[in-house]
Design a protein around this ligand. Structure first.
Ligand SMILES: *[C@@H]1O[C@H](CO)[C@@H](O)[C@H](O)[C@H]1NC(C)=O
Ligand SMILES: *[C@@H]1O[C@H](CO)[C@@H](O)[C@H](O)[C@H]1NC(C)=O
Ligand SMILES: *[C@@H]1O[C@H](CO)[C@@H](O)[C@H](O)[C@H]1NC(C)=O
Ligand SMILES: [Cu+2]
Length: 752
């Protein structure tokens, strides 16, 4: 090992010691974290093999070769870890003993029987299953998520159904659905929900030119296809819309077009000069240095300062377990700081986007993304773009609409980020042209990231850990907007963003579950804000003084802790441990601080709104129940009218939430009115929402004082020659990717 290597090893050892320090050093161990780890490929296969060997289930492959499959067959749609019950997990985590048995949650599509349905099962114990038993009531078959097979049937059936429009489509778009369409093919976007009431499965499809960024190339034709039958030959078109006009069938449109009775919008020929929907660079900045050079980069002068072992993570006082749940996405467990538990679970529950428009497809779009496999859509992250080059990348395996585990390379990444702003600093002015001291601590955060590409949109999910006990959750939105064919009536619902394109307004909402365990499971919830008092001045009683005081509102029942949109949310949302105090006599607390511009997507109780009743509230705090695990489900997208999970029911019994195990359910989001700059894509700056979890009297002082990266500069006594004394506690890092200049700080200012 060379001198540099030796130095790195020393720094590594120092970092390890830093984790072990602290008042209550029982961080989560990698071994214990593993009870939350996603199923391994071997476990996924074991579940599949166990179930496919049961003749009574009669499971057939999902993909069944090239259209060999049938929708009227039974298949294994989803296999994922069923996280252990909290009571069992805590017993193991806190008291030791045997780990809870590993089990799988399985979703089976029963299409073959007389009463097609979707049934969920619990399968265990892993890795060698011996039992399976149903969990919950079977779900209507029409509520199931779309599978690839059904989409493939839809593709094929559409060619037949739109046969009468062959000439019409060629004339207006220059593109076709023919098998020999070459570079001029049409494709479509299917919107959801699929109908107007429970039990329906009829979808508006929006036809588009199949070019790069096809989402932005609607040709003006939308068709309503009823595909509730399991035999695709029985699927029919119920309605047709073309550029503002409705028709009963493709034939009617074709006939009226042939008679010259349809006003058409002929699209410009393709390829256009420059295709607006691609990422290919065009134009130039009017000023600035050349932009083809690499920009600033994240760099780790002495290697990573975090420890990743399996699904266990440790960094600057933090330890936690994580997984990437196929149904919903990132999920953290047993989040501890300096050994003290802050939260048992922090996870993404759902992401929705509800639209407005004048074309039927836009009017009908209410995307509820878990129903599209949001957690499983964790496609590869690119080093240097999606995550810094130095990040650690982790693969994921999902069993979702597949016949075995599917590997998603680099589905997760982990990296330490210089925040670009000091965690703290002070210039202590001596008011005589110099300072008494300067002190500063670099700002850093550890980021755990994944993304989900739900068709056109890309969500970037982050959890950030700061060394002062603050955790942040955030989501950035990017990718293509869901846009529709421009007609003048569309102006009311968004912006025209290309000649034939309307960017439709929509609201993005994201639901998070934060199961806080602030220094233990028994917590209470309180809000704080300021109120004004009007008192007579103590030292001049004839005068009045109006000033703010702390208005504390303990919230003892669930209804008092549910904050509907439309009313202001108190600014301090405190989760406190009533039995533990910090040194200053305060109940140890964590504060939930949302970062959101959310509002409701529909009036309360209106049809589809019932499927997303969580979206009524900025925040709702409930008592923890094992059977209130998630606020949404795979089935809400295709049946929001009679949802299998109703969040409103979590609040209905208005339980006491004093000194109980509490769960905070937080809705964040923003209104998106698309604009020309959403072409080619929605950009991340400004499109970020989330929340912070911040210690509030949880510690006796800011725990980041344990960091050894602080620098203090003091002026030396006048007789000394150096002028300043620089104090630092960290090892002097090698000069890799750092300034060649040694650290300097002058600390004086002068007139010139
Ligand atoms: C669901 O389908 C299975 C398999 O066909 C069948 O045994 C069961 O009775 C069905 N359940 C309901 C509630 O329809
Ligand atoms: C404060 O109290 C005084 C005396 O009652 C009253 O005259 C004054 O209007 C009050 N001011 C405010 C801002 O409430
Ligand atoms: C700070 O800058 C002033 C003016 O250039 C110089 O006289 C002084 O020596 C500097 N002090 C240190 C500590 O470098
Ligand atoms: Cu948007």
């Amino acid at each position: 090992m060379g001198p540099l290597g030796a130095q790195l090893a020393v720094i590594g050892a120092l970092t390890l010691l830093a984790w072990a320090a602290g008042p209550d050093p029982i961080p989560l161990s990698p071994e214990k974290a593993s009870i939350f780890a996603d199923l391994t490929p071997a476990e996924l296969r074991a579940v599949r093999d166990f179930l496919t060997s049961r003749p009574e289930l009669d499971l057939q492959p999902n993909q069944g070769g090239s259209l060999g499959g049938s929708l009227a067959r039974n298949s294994l749609f989803l296999v994922e870890l069923l996280a252990p019950k909290k009571s069992q997990a805590l017993r193991y985590l806190d008291l030791g003993g045997r780990p809870p048995r590993r089990r799988a949650r399985v979703v089976v599509f029963f299409g073959a029987g007389p009463e097609p349905n979707v049934t969920e099962y619990v399968v265990g114990p892993l890795p060698r299953p011996t039992f399976y038993r149903p969990s919950g009531r079977p779900v209507a078959y029409t509520a199931r998520p779309m599978a690839r097979l059904e989409l493939e049937f839809l593709n094929r059936r559409l060619v037949d159904l739109l046969e009468p429009l062959k000439v019409f489509l060629k004339d207006v778009s220059g593109f076709s659905l023919d098998s020999n369409c070459g570079q001029r093919c049409l494709t479509f976007t299917e919107v959801a929900p699929r109908g107007l009431a429970s039990g329906e499965r009829r979808t508006w499809l929006m036809l588009q030119r199949d070019v790069e960024g096809f989402f932005l190339h609607p040709v003006g034709l939308e068709v309503l296809v009823d595909h509730h039958q399991l035999d695709p030959r029985l699927w029919v078109v119920q309605r047709v819309w073309y550029s503002g006009q409705y028709f009963a069938s493709p034939t009617e449109l074709a006939e009226r077009y042939a008679r010259g009775m349809v006003s058409v919008v002929r699209l410009p020929p393709h390829p256009e000069e420059s295709l607006f929907s691609t990422f290919v660079p065009r134009g130039d900045f009017a000023s600035g240095p050349p932009t083809d050079q690499p920009g600033a980069k994240v760099c780790e002068p002495s290697g990573p300062r975090y420890a990743l072992y399996g699904n266990h993570l440790a960094y600057s006082g933090w330890s936690l377990a994580f997984r990437l749940r196929s149904s919903t996405g990132l999920q953290l467990f047993d989040v501890r700081f300096n050994g003290g538990r802050v939260a048992y679970e922090v996870s993404v529950q759902e992401a929705i986007a509800f639209y407005g428009g004048s074309s039927p497809a836009a009017m009908q779009t209410k995307y509820i993304d878990v129903g599209w496999g949001m957690g499983s859509l964790s496609h590869e992250l690119a080093p240097g773009i999606d995550c810094p080059e130095v990040a650690t990348f982790v693969d994921a395996y999902h069993y979702y609409d597949a016949d075995g585990p599917v590997r998603y390379p680099r589905a997760l990444c982990l990296f330490e980020l210089p925040t670009g702003v000091p965690l703290r600093r002070h210039f202590d002015n001596d008011f005589q042209g110099g300072s008494n001291f300067y002190g500063g601590l670099e700002g850093h955060a550890l980021v755990l990231r994944s993304s989900s590409t739900v068709y056109n949109y890309d969500y970037i999910w982050d959890f950030l850990l700061y060394p002062n006990g603050v955790m942040e959750a955030r989501v950035h939105a990017t990718g293509y907007v869901h846009a529709s064919f421009y007609t003048p009536e569309g102006d009311r619902y968004g912006s025209r963003i290309q000649a034939h394109l309307l960017g439709n307004l929509h609201t993005h909402l994201v639901h998070f579950k934060v199961d806080l365990d602030v220094a233990g499971p028994g917590n209470s919830f309180e809000t704080m804000d300021l109120a004004f008092e009007n008192i007579s001045l103590p030292w001049e009683p004839s005068q009045r003084l109006v000033q703010p005081y702390l208005d504390r509102q303990p919230r003892s029942r669930e209804r008092q802790a549910a904050f509907p949109f439309g009313k202001p949310l108190p600014r301090y949302l405190m989760f406190l441990n009533p039995t533990q105090k910090n040194r200053w006599g305060h109940q140890r607390s964590y504060r939930l601080q949302p970062n959101s511009h959310a509002s409701r997507v529909l009036p309360r109780g209106w049809k589809e709104e019932n499927g997303v009743s969580w979206s009524r509230y900025h925040l709702a705090v409930t008592r923890h129940h094992e059977n209130e695990d998630t606020s949404s489900s795979l089935y809400v997208q295709n049946d929001p009218w009679q949802p299998t999970v109703s969040f409103e029911n979590f609040l209905r019994n208005d339980e006491s939430i004093e000194n109980e195990d509490l769960v905070a359910w937080l809705t964040v989001g923003f209104l998106h009115i698309p604009h020309a700059e959403d072409v080619p894509n929605t950009a991340t700056p400004g499109n970020m929402v989330g929340f912070y979890l911040r210690p509030f009297n949880f510690f006796d002082e800011d725990p980041s004082v344990a960091s050894r990266r602080t620098v203090i500069v003091r002026p030396d006594p006048p007789e000394s020659k150096e002028g300043v004394r620089i104090q630092r506690w960290g090892p002097v890092a090698p000069q890799v990717c750092m300034s060649q200049e040694p650290f300097s700080y002058n600390g004086t200012y002068w007139e010139e």
